[in-house]
Design a protein around this ligand. Structure first.
Ligand SMILES: C[S@@+](CC[C@H](N)C(=O)[O-])C[C@H]1O[C@@H](n2cnc3c(N)ncnc32)[C@H](O)[C@@H]1O
Length: 327
């Protein structure tokens, strides 16, 4: 399992890059960029080196934490997975590449694609003394670059699909899948719209032969009935600088995200997934689970000490063996 906190090397490089910036100006810029996202916009307001730094300082810790959590879920199901090559599409400041490098010692070839020159320049600066220093970071529209991009064992698109027009998403998903040698990981913001985008890509690629590795323990249609929807939460620490850039008081934040990991081969096991924080009462713990057979609310009564003890350790997003889920 890798930590949701930025690796020390990346944190130091980011703080050093932010050092020369006027902090209040950077915080104002970060707030404006975040507001654009909240209003349904994309990363187009990130144009200058200051914009890129302000964005990375404010958002990179959280998107890193979401990618780390998704990779941990993938590795739990596929502990033998040892990709040599990564294709990070819509890589921005290189967030997903850093997380993948932490998760997989086996990675030696890194290709990153992004249309934003300021974010690319920042990514290269942050990576200059790291394993990513020799990465091949191509600048341009990923929809075009993907045609000639090398196939990779692991392909990641983190917080990118939400930036594309609806009409471009299907073609983009197909292109990602064509470049996937083994596993494709897609991460989106943990909102009902992000969940809907993940469901659409998931269904589309299952129809092309993909198998779900995580979070779902099946390749069937999602058993949740609207308005119910699925997402996860990852807590991450906030440094002083991160707090300042976000105008936040708490030394931590909770990033809501949704992801799907799809593979060319079936997973070795299909554990159930905990869909929200289990409910604890005096009499029992109830866990809402997505199981291979569908949705289940599984109860561990306090009098059943072994089951109760197991359920006490469960957290939102955990995988739980199907036998345990039938308690
Ligand atoms: C929200 S940022 C996410 C960056 C990074 N993947 C992360 O998780 O922190 C979205 C990125 O997607 C890039 N992007 C959006 N549409 C793109 C396209 N058509 N081609 C290439 N990059 C694109 C943006 O430039 C931006 O860097």
């Amino acid at each position: 399992m890798i930590s949701p906190a930025l690796p020390a090397e990346l944190k130091a490089a980011l703080e050093q890059a932010l050092h020369g910036l006027q902090r209040d100006a950077a915080a104002t810029r970060a707030a404006a960029i975040s507001q654009t996202y909240r209003d349904g916009g994309n990363s187009s307001p990130i144009r200058t080196a200051t914009d890129a730094l302000a964005y990375a300082g404010a958002r990179m810790p959280a998107t890193y934490a979401a990618v780390a959590a998704s990779l941990n879920a993938l590795r739990e199901i596929r502990p033998d997975f040892a990709p040599a090559t990564l294709l990070d599409v819509g890589a921005g400041p290189g967030t997903a590449s850093w997380a993948a490098a932490q998760a997989f010692e086996s990675l030696s070839g890194f290709t990153l694609l992004d249309a934003n020159g300021a974010l690319r320049t920042l990514a290269l600066t942050l990576a200059q003394d790291s394993r990513l220093a020799k990465a091949n970071y191509q600048l341009g529209d990923a929809r075009k670059l993907l045609g000639d991009a090398p196939e990779a064992a692991l392909v990641i698109a983190s917080y990118v699909i939400n930036e594309l027009d609806d009409s471009a998403r299907d073609g983009f998903a197909d292109a990602l899948w064509r470049k996937t040698g083994d596993t494709l990981l897609i991460i989106e913001p943990g909102t009902p719209a992000g969940y809907a985008r993940i469901l659409a890509v998931r269904a589309r690629l299952i129809a092309q032969g993909a198998r779900v590795i995580a979070p779902c323990p099946h390749d069937n249609a999602c058993p949740l009935q609207p308005p119910d929807w699925c997402h996860f939460v990852q807590r991450l620490p906030r440094s002083r600088l991160h707090q300042h850039l976000k105008g936040a008081e708490l030394p931590y934040e909770d990033e809501k995200f949704i992801y799907v990991a799809l593979s060319r081969s079936p997973p070795p096991s299909r554990p159930s997934r905990v869909l929200t924080q289990p409910e604890l009462t005096k009499a029992a713990i109830t866990a809402k689970l997505c199981t291979p057979q569908g949705l289940a609310h599984v109860v561990a009564p306090r009098r059943d000490k072994p089951a109760y003890a197991r359920f006490r350790r469960l957290s939102w997003g955990d995988a739980i063996s199907t036998d345990t889920a039938r308690e």
